[in-house]
Design a protein around this ligand. Structure first.
Ligand code: 13P
Ligand code: SF4
Length: 300
């Protein structure tokens, strides 16, 4: 039996479902039951019925699945698959900022650890951040941890004061204005779509600003035949597979998230075989974090 057959057999035996983020390695995307963005995968984790979820992504995503579905075993095949941006804000630091702005509500990007989510009023993802902030009942909003997403959100919520955290995604931060300009010159008949974790100067060059799930839909539904993609390179595999008649380019040099690429087929096999690494969250923290995620799911 090859490794894919072994994974398929174990999946059946353990009543497991494999969820994978759009940035995962090609071969992981190929074996996943569902591929998606953070919002899509959170919704899927909450609604599917199975005993075990193998989450091929990073820690905060697997945690979100566990927060929403505590009765399921949620496995993260590589325990060191974290998100550096999520680690840029701690509970103590956030508490300090909250104390300085007692009249503000706190919106946290899903790219946060569970204990930080527990300190927030509502979560958001890149797919719904603008809407979540629009809907929140406050004039002042603390937004953690992504300063670029906070800036993007503030441009669509001019009636609210947004207090950003100083975090960022190193992958999107590396997408540079001059490289993007060159890509546009080189492919002048292509449209440019970028992720809202990009810097403002890059966002200003774009035709559309979308989550990875939004990019998948755009590629499917748009008449554009040539599209420049301003996000982590892993998404392009899915875009090409689903749209063989279209051409996709990176917005400058291909940018890769090493945390997203750490998980291999061998890791998925071992995760299923040895039931590792189980996500465990303190029940009191989980309940408070769930409120923030539930509120987001109610809003959008
Ligand atoms: P989305 O897929 O939700 O757009 O998020 C991108 C990302 O950086 C996840 O780590
Ligand atoms: Fe975190 Fe950025 Fe990697 Fe997403 S792409 S996991 S935000 S470092």
């Amino acid at each position: 039996m090859n490794i894919v057959e072994k994974i398929t057999r174990l999946k059946k035996e353990k009543d497991a479902v494999i969820l994978a983020h759009n940035y995962q390695r090609d071969e992981i995307q190929d074996i996943a039951d569902y591929i998606g963005d953070s919002l899509g995968l959170s919704k899927k984790a909450a609604e599917i019925s199975c005993k075990t979820i193998v989450f091929c992504g990073v820690q905060f995503m697997a945690e979100s699945a566990k927060i929403l579905s505590p009765e399921k075993t949620v496995l993260l095949p590589r325990k060191e698959a974290g998100c550096p941006m999520a680690d840029m804000v701690t509970v103590d630091e956030l508490k300090e900022l909250k104390a300085a702005h007692p009249d503000a509500k706190v919106v946290c990007y899903v790219n946060t650890n569970a204990d930080v989510k527990a300190e927030c009023d509502v979560c958001c993802t890149s797919a719904n951040a603008v809407k979540v902030v629009q809907k929140i009942d406050a004039d002042k909003v603390i937004f953690v941890p992504d300063k670029n997403l906070a800036d993007f959100v503030s441009r669509w919520n001019r009636d609210k004061e947004i207090i950003p955290w100083d975090g960022y995604c190193y992958v999107h931060e590396e997408i540079r204005i001059n490289d993007v300009k060159k890509a546009k010159e080189l492919h002048s008949d292509a449209v440019l779509i970028v992720h809202p974790e990009c810097k403002r100067e890059v966002i200003d060059l774009a035709d559309e600003v979308l989550s990875t799930g939004g990019m998948v839909k755009f590629a499917r539904n748009s008449n554009a035949k040539k599209i420049i993609i301003g996000t982590e390179v892993g998404l392009i595999y899915r875009l090409k597979k689903e749209n063989p008649d279209k051409v996709f380019y990176t917005a400058g040099p291909a940018r890769m998230c090493k945390n997203m690429k750490i998980t291999t087929l061998e890791d998925v096999y071992l995760a299923l075989k040895e039931e590792k690494y189980k996500i465990e969250i303190d029940e009191e923290i989980r309940k408070r974090a769930k409120k923030a995620l539930d509120k987001m799911l109610q809003y959008v």
